[in-house]
Ligand binder design. Structure first.
Ligand SMILES: Nc1ncnc2c1ncn2[C@@H]1O[C@H](COP(=O)(O)OP(=O)(O)OP(=O)(O)O)[C@@H](O)[C@H]1O
Length: 286
């Protein structure tokens, strides 16, 4: 579905990607992680055809996104981190924008708007930031495009809004889509994720399924200091330690993405070695 080969991208003299490659074939929810400024939003825009690569090859759903062919654009929807909405109501948004997306479901849009409790009688100028964000997300989900790209979708949503978002996205009507979510709210969304991508230094540092992460890593908290000896990453929490270690158990561990994110930032190689040992064992890059 997505094949990026040796992508190069720069803003003026600022290079973001020099030799970035990525291949994703399965539907599912992909968490895109990386430090501030690592290039997550840039990557989403390149995949959507909103920014053009300066080198390498990008193929999405069999198309070159930069060509911006209508047959490609009707299959991809992007929820940007920041957006400007015209001052229209949900009904007008539906009437004017839904026809661009052949798989759009009006019933789902109404149902998501109801779950999100978006006021139907107001136009966007009279809505709060969170309400506008919910409207954009409800629309994005209702497009049913095979590829949905979301940049920090839960920013600006309250706690209830975040669980509403998770509830909707985990519905079976979204099971066949590829959804890539760039987020710093790792903990909030980890139950949704089927796969984790980590971008660092202009490269794809990690691409692993949740299953592989569960099999290869143990992420937990202990009050016994002996448990953290030889850990890939550890941090003191009062009298306890949060840590990431190789999972020596046969049972899958629990993945705490926030802890994984810290471990990747502080000891990337340690995490990669642990994950690679499982990927080699199963013989497939997951
Ligand atoms: N329009 C632009 N012009 C110049 N430089 C830019 C532009 N947009 C982004 N950059 C730079 O490109 C790099 C990657 O930015 P990008 O927004 O893709 O990162 P990000 O991983 O999404 O960051 P964050 O987590 O903070 O949202 C950053 O160093 C940023 O300063």
């Amino acid at each position: 579905m997505i094949k990026v080969t040796e992508l190069q991208f720069e803003y003026g003299r600022k290079s973001v990607y020099e030799d970035f490659s990525l291949q994703l074939t399965q539907p599912g929810v992909y968490g895109l992680f990386g430090r501030n400024g690592s290039g997550k939003s840039t990557l989403l825009k390149v995949l959507a055809g909103l920014l053009f690569p300066h080198g390498g090859a990008v193929e999405v759903l069999g198309f070159k996104p930069a060509a911006r062919l209508p047959a490609f654009l009707e299959q991809v929807y992007v929820v940007p981190e920041e957006f400007h909405l015209p001052d229209i109501s949900l009904a007008v948004l539906y009437k004017t924008h839904a026809p661009f997306y052949p798989r759009f479901s009006g019933n789902d849009f109404l149902s998501y708007a109801e779950i999100f409790e978006i006021p139907r009688d107001k136009s966007f100028a009279a809505m709060s930031l969170g309400q506008k964000k919910k409207a954009v997300i409800a629309f994005a989900l209702a497009t049913h495009t095979p590829l949905l790209l979301m940049d920090e979708p839960t920013n600006g949503l309250d706690i209830v809004g975040r669980s509403q978002f998770k509830k909707i996205l985990s519905g079976k009507e979204h099971a066949d889509r590829m959804v890539i979510i760039s987020t710093h709210q790792a903990h909030d969304l980890e139950s949704l994720m089927s796969h984790v991508l980590f971008v660092d230094g202009g490269k794809l540092a990690l691409s692993a399924s949740m299953q592989t992460l569960q099999r290869s890593l143990y992420l937990g908290v202990t009050d016994n200091q002996a448990d953290v000896a030889g850990a890939i990453y550890q941090e003191a929490l009062g009298n306890q330690w949060a840590y990431v270690a190789c999972n020596r158990d046969t049972a899958p561990g629990v993945v705490n993405l926030e802890l994984l994110y810290k471990a990747l930032s502080m000891n990337k190689q340690g995490v990669l070695d642990a994950v690679a040992s499982v990927q080699t064992e199963t013989g497939k890059p997951s």
